[in-house]
Design a protein around this ligand. Structure first.
Ligand code: BES
Ligand code: MN
Ligand code: ZN
Length: 500
């Protein structure tokens, strides 16, 4: 294992915090909750037991433990944890029930329920006991479930989390990298807009690039007009925090010359007031998460670079705060997009598709092999599929099928909705080339996806993910709060298509 796979703790000056320095990386790093087998001293076993496991013959469990479990009439039903004392009354380990092999929530194998262990076990060092494939999945779940967001708790880090000895024979670097990518995404989403504006998104992209030897270029403020990103500028211009386009590029060192090109595009609206079409208080409450797409794209990029996929990676983040001032763009305004097409603003709250359209036009000009947008784009996608199931749009049926199947197998699901051609005409405008909304309550997620697709012409394979970016309650794979949904699934599919 490399010395440190954790993001460097970096401080930047937050614009609205009076110049106070703030951390951009949480104090608890993913690498801190994992022990390498060589580092491990006295580690307590946690026995993963499937439904119907015969306790009497469970290898390794000592007689005290067996007697203890028998006296409790323990059955290894899903999620059931029991601590095991030794003859002195000291903690000797635990058993954890996996149920019948499928967890239900999250979807995927029941080993994912092991994310509950770091949430429920007393502090200490543990190892997982069970078949190796099970233990590897459970170790990933442990890492995802152990996350805490304590940056704004004045008490510091709180109780130390239980630590896990990484299983023998698994790829420790890859596992830590995946956990770290998800934690990074969550930290970014959870950080309030006061400490996470376009500037901090840029800092996060630069920190990631530095670590992996990627390059970053940024076009910000009025330069967006000079370099023809008019819609990113229009959406962000009411805020004192300059909008920007962040462009990260990376290629695997020593990778093949004809490696496939993958472009990830993230919606980085660091706060969405709705603009002049202002949102009600209830709709604005968690709009700090409107950069969830950007956080997800960064998480995927961290995995691609950290796990060395042989691809040519481009990551574009369209970052802006959709704010309100005398200078705000207005309903009825007509913007000329980067592509040259004019867009009538039917609603300033449909801002994500505007900033993404300019980023897509830039990216599409390079004809990438694969392009994927990640965006907290519509409330309608949530109405259709709920908060846990991001909507996937792609015209490539095989790619769609693979993403859906993979997502369900690893507990990071997506569900395909159609780019319904028949609705495309609803974006037509009387006086401009198109409108940014269809003024009916119908098919909002599809309409938004179709709007994006109008800016994609040359890309070989395009997919769009409309995600919620938020877990509504604490669950096995993480606490309530920011979640870079679809990051693991997209990475897994890209990895399966690439030799690293
Ligand atoms: N960021 C929101 C979408 C959103 C809202 C995602 C709530 C998750 C939860 C987006 O910018 C937006 O406001 N979309 C509007 C579009 C409408 C004006 C056509 C929406 O979905 O209501
Ligand atoms: Mn909006
Ligand atoms: Zn938005």
């Amino acid at each position: 294992m490399k010395k440190s796979t954790a993001l460097p703790a970096k401080t930047v000056s937050a614009p609205n915090s009076g110049g106070k320095k703030v951390d951009t990386a949480g104090p608890l790093e993913a690498a801190h909750i994992f022990l390498k087998p060589a580092d491990a001293q006295a580690v307590l076993p946690v026995w993963l037991l499937r439904d119907g496991a015969d306790l009497a013959s469970a290898g390794g469990l000592d007689t005290y433990s067996k007697a203890w479990l028998k006296s409790l009439n323990y059955k290894p039903t899903a999620r059931k944890q029991v601590l095991l004392p030794d003859a002195n009354g000291d903690l000797a380990g635990a058993v954890f029930g996996l149920g019948d092999g499928t967890s239900g929530d999250p979807c995927g194998p029941s080993e994912l329920l092991a994310g509950l262990l770091p949430q429920n076990l007393p502090a200490g060092d543990y190892r997982l006991a069970g078949p190796s494939k099970q233990v590897e999945t459970a170790a990933l779940a442990w890492g995802l479930g152990a996350y805490r967001f304590r940056r704004y708790k004045s008490g510091g880090d709180g109780a130390p989390p239980p630590r896990l000895q990484l299983p023998d024979g698994s790829d420790h670097d890859a596992l830590i990298n995946t956990v770290e990518a998800i934690w990074m995404g969550r930290d970014l989403i959870n950080t309030p807009a006061s400490d996470c504006g376009p500037d901090e998104l840029e800092a996060a992209a630069r920190a990631l690039a530095k670590r992996h030897g990627a390059t970053v270029s940024v076009i910000a403020g009025d330069d967006l007009l000079k370099q023809n990103f008019p819609m990113i500028h229009a959406v962000g211009r009411a805020s004192p925090r300059s909008p920007r386009l962040i462009d990260l590029n990376w290629k695997k060192p020593g990778g093949s010359a004809n490696a496939r090109s993958i472009t990830l595009v993230g919606k980085g609206i660091t706060f969405d007031t709705g603009g002049l079409d202002i949102k009600p208080a209830s709709g604005m409450l968690i709009m700090k998460k409107d950069m969830g797409g950007a956080a997800t794209a960064l998480a995927v990029a961290h995995m691609i670079m950290g796990q060395g996929l042989d691809v040519k990676l481009r990551l574009l983040i369209a970052a802006a705060e959709n704010s309100i001032s005398g200078d705000a763009f207005r309903p009825g305004d007509i913007l000329t997009s980067r592509s040259g097409k004019t867009v009538e603003i039917g609603n300033t709250d449909a801002e994500g598709r505007l900033v993404l359209a300019d980023a897509l036009a830039l990216a599409d000009a390079d004809s990438p092999d694969t392009m994927i947008t990640f965006a907290t784009l519509t409330g309608a996608a949530r109405t259709a599929l709920g908060p846990d199931l991001p909507a996937l749009f792609t015209d490539d049926a095989a790619f769609g099928e693979t993403l859906m199947r993979t997502g369900q197998a690893i507990g990071d699901p997506v569900w395909r909705l159609p780019f319904w051609n028949g609705y495309d005409k609803h974006l037509d405008s009387d006086i401009a080339d198109m409108n940014n909304v269809w003024e009916t309550p119908f098919a909002g997620a599809i309409t938004a996806a179709l709007f994006l697709r109008r800016f994609v012409k040359n890309t070989r394979r395009f997919a769009h993910l409309d995600l919620y970016g938020w877990r509504t309650s604490s669950r096995p794979l993480g606490p309530k709060g920011g979640e870079p949904q679809t990051a693991r699934t997209v990475f897994e599919v890209l990895k399966s298509e690439t030799t690293s």
